[in-house]
Structure formats: C-alpha cells, structure tokens
Design a protein around this ligand. Structure first.
Ligand code: FVH
Length: 291
C-alpha cells in the first residue's frame, strides 16, 4: 500500500480488457505500471497517468502486485517464463481466461518461482469494468486477495471461492456454458423465423418474454440435480420432449436452416428414454454428461 492508501499495481496486457482494468485503477488513484507486447497500445493509458515499462522484467520489478490479463495461458507463460526469477516475492493475479487445470498448473509454477498466486475469472465485458454489473471470481491465495483488495475492488464485485486456483475458472466457464447455451437457442430462433421473412427486431419481444419465463426452471432443476431425483409430476416429461424435439430439426430443414446447433441434445434425450427414464424430467440428461 502506498502512503496515500492506494495500491501500486503492475498490469501485463493492454488488450480491450487489460486497458479497461488499468483505466479503472487509474480512475481510483492507484499507481499503475503497464507492459504490453505491442508497445503502442500503452499510449492511451500513459496519457491517463500509467507508467510504461519497456520490458516485462522492468514491469515485475516496479510493484509487488502483478496482474496478468493476456489472451490465454500460453501467452502468460510466453511472457513470464523467460523472466520467472523476477516473480520472487511477487503476488501474481492472473485474470486471463483458462481452464481449472491451467490455473492449478500456473499456481504451482508461480509458487515454484517464489510468487503467491491468485486466479480470476472476469464476469464482465470491458465497458462493464468498474460498474455495479461487473464481478470477478477469484480463487487461490486469500493473502494476495487481501493485499490487493482495494485495487481489485475498482473492477467490480469480488467473489472469492477458496484456496484451489481452479475454482475461479471452473465457475467462470460454468457461467459461460450457460451463456453459450442461451446464445445457441437465440441464434437458432432468429434463424428460423428469419427464414419466413420475420424480422429479428419484430420477434425479439416474444423471444425475450419466452426466455425470461423459461429461466424460471433454473432453481427447480438445481433441486432435482442435488437430490438426484428427476421424477416429475409436471406435464413435460422427457419422453414427450424427445418425441417433439425432432420437429425443431425438421422445421429447420423445411425452411432451409441448419439445425446443427441443436443437434447434440437429441441423442442424449433418446438415450435417457431408452434407459427407461421417459417419464422423468429432461434435466436427468445431466446423468449422461458425467464421465
Ligand atoms: N474482452 C472480453 O469481453 C472478455 C471478458 C471476460 C474476460 N476475457 C478474457 O480476458 C483476457 C484478455 O482479453 P482481451 O479482451 O483484453 O483480449 P485482446 O483484446 O485480444 O488482448 C489480448 C492481449 O494479450 C496479448 N497477447 C496475446 N498473445 C500474446 C503473446 N504471445 N505474448 C504477449 N502478449 C500477448 C495482446 O498483446 P498485443 O497483441 O497487444 O501485443 C493483448 O495485450 C482473455 O483471456 C479473455 O478471454 C475478456
């Protein structure tokens, strides 16, 4: 912590997200040193008060707290491996998107290099950083979180999940899985009505209302999964759904639209029905995903 109660931070990576993080830190008065592979991308934040390091080693030497926000874990290793000695005594906070396994490997590697490690999964797009809508999953060293807390608070909400560095990316990717499933349905719906000349804008209110209503199943599904009980006393069992689902693909084919985004669910539903669970809920498909 500097004398003014601000936390000096180094940020590696000035892509769209790294730049948003730096701007949030600078706006809150934290001294920031930046490094980016393409030096010209530092000009904007330099004009706002960031100190620009010309080498990664210089950036590591500048501050104990080092945030990495690069494209992927390979690029983090590419940047840090050659200067690993400079990580000794540092607190490395990696906000790069990756898998739980990659985070655990990075955490062990950072510790071997003498650094404490905190992983993070950013649940925001760059313009959301610093707004109430933004939050970040963290896992790994709680000590690092404590030391960097005033700086990290500038990005948005803090959701700490525990000492295992893999937990932040696990939760991040689980939410992204939900998001992409949502996108798949939305893209398919627009493509289908679009094939009949219905404008997406015209259809949007109907789709919004339907998606909002359907999201109400989330908590009920969670109860079923936690209880391992997919027996349903409601009207939409998987036997009925497996029989009706082919119509989505048939209608798409009739309309000249690909149904490839929807295809993977059908064989899973059929398997579940064939295994004797036709009277149960669709959510029981989760049992087939467990390997
Ligand atoms: N932008 C978003 O909406 C999402 C929101 C959620 C979190 N993600 C993740 O954040 C990481 C960074 O994303 P980004 O948006 O900043 O990505 P880019 O604008 O593409 O910038 C990439 C930066 O990484 C540098 N870089 C790439 N490869 C290397 C390398 N081999 N060595 C050194 N640096 C590298 C790149 O440098 P340059 O191209 O400017 O020289 C940028 O600084 C990411 O994990 C998202 O999944 C963002």
């Amino acid at each position: 912590m500097s004398e003014h109660g601000k936390t000096p931070v180094t940020v590696l990576g000035l892509g769209a997200m790294g730049t948003a993080l730096v701007e949030a830190l600078l706006a809150a008065g934290h001294p920031v040193t930046v490094w980016n592979r393409t030096a010209s991308r530092a000009e904007g934040v330099a004009a706002k008060g960031a100190t620009v390091a010309t080498t990664v080693s210089e950036a590591l030497a500048a501050n104990e707290i080092v945030i990495a926000c690069l494209l992927d874990y390979d690029s983090v290793h590419e940047v840090l491996d050659p200067v690993a000695a400079g990580l000794a005594g540092r607190q490395l906070i990696n906000l790069t998107n990756g898998t739980p396994g990659q985070a655990r490997e990075m955490g062990a590697w950072a510790e071997e290099s003498g650094a404490e490690y905190l992983d993070g999964g950013i649940m925001a797009v760059p313009p959301m950083i610093g707004t109430p809508a933004s939050f970040i999953f963290y896992s790994g060293s709680g000590t690092v979180l404590g030391r960097a807390r005033t700086a990290l608070d500038t990005f948005g909400g803090v959701n700490y999940l525990g000492a295992d560095p893999g937990l932040a990316p696990l939760h991040d990717l689980a939410l992204l899985s939900g998001m992409y499933g949502h996108f798949i349905g939305v893209i398919q719906a627009y493509a289908l009505v679009g094939s009949a000349g219905v404008k997406a804008r015209e259809f949007a209110p109907l789709l919004r209302g339907w998606m909002d209503a359907m999201s109400g199943f989330l908590e009920r599904a969670a109860e079923q999964i936690d209880d391992g009980d997919y027996v349903t006393d409601v009207v939409s069992n998987i036997g009925m759904q497996a029989a009706g689902y082919p119509n989505l693909a048939k209608a798409a084919a009739e309309q000249g639209v690909s149904a490839e985004l929807l295809a993977p669910l059908q064989p899973l539903m059929d398997k579940r029905v064939a295994a004797g669970y036709g009277a149960e809920d669709l959510i029981g498909v989760i049992e087939l995903l467990k390997k």
